[in-house]
Design a protein around this ligand. Sequence first.
Ligand SMILES: [Zn+2]
Length: 255
Amino acid sequence: MNFIDTHAHIYVENMIEDSDNIIYRAKQAGISKILMPNIDVASISPMLSLTKEFPNYCYPMLGLHPCDVKDDYKTALDAIFSQFSSEYIAVGEIGLDLYWDKTTLNRQIDAFRYQADVAIEKELPISVHVRDAFPQMLELLEDYRGKGLKGVLHCFTGTFEQATQAIDLGFYLGVGGVLTFKNSGVDKTLANIGLEHLILETDSPYLAPSPYRGKQNEPSYLPLIAKRLAEIHHINIEEVAKQTAQNANRLFKLS
Ligand SMILES: [Zn+2]
């Protein structure tokens, strides 16, 4: 079986020190590629060191995370995108997060637009973070309808209606550890969404799937998420692996 982890911050401090073991366990678990969303200026360097150390296995994205959109975000965006090169497979992670701070919505929107425009210009997909902001994000994405913007709503936790709207806008839904949590409700939503719209992710080191909930997440746990997705769709895990890897390869233009 061959899985693609489309969202893993394995360059963070606690993980990068142990990267040989983490990558070894990922390969043992059938993970064939790991896609790394960037978060700020400082994360670029450790992320690129993994890209270099594990070529054709760890792939980088370039972007400013909504929780890192601070007062100086324009400087940060310029610093980040001045480093653009053809090795980046996506713009991410970008988006809206109103869980931690609602007062920064306007500048989060501004940063999102800047980065969405880069993605369109470079013909790259975007990896989108949405927390407590699905209506605002969908409204924003509606502005881009027909303009060639595509990507994934990573760690999707919205409603069925929001899922169908996102799909209609040209987006995939990222399925992560939350699917394995009891009473998350995501299982009921995703049971009614065709596999052709879904890709898998761990969001390591966060959101470890059950039974590792609360512990440090890592790409080798991805099959636990795939297994749950197979259960709710009444198909086997091989089919989940095959279809979601195909979707991820297509979206991120990987071979
Ligand atoms: Zn993330």
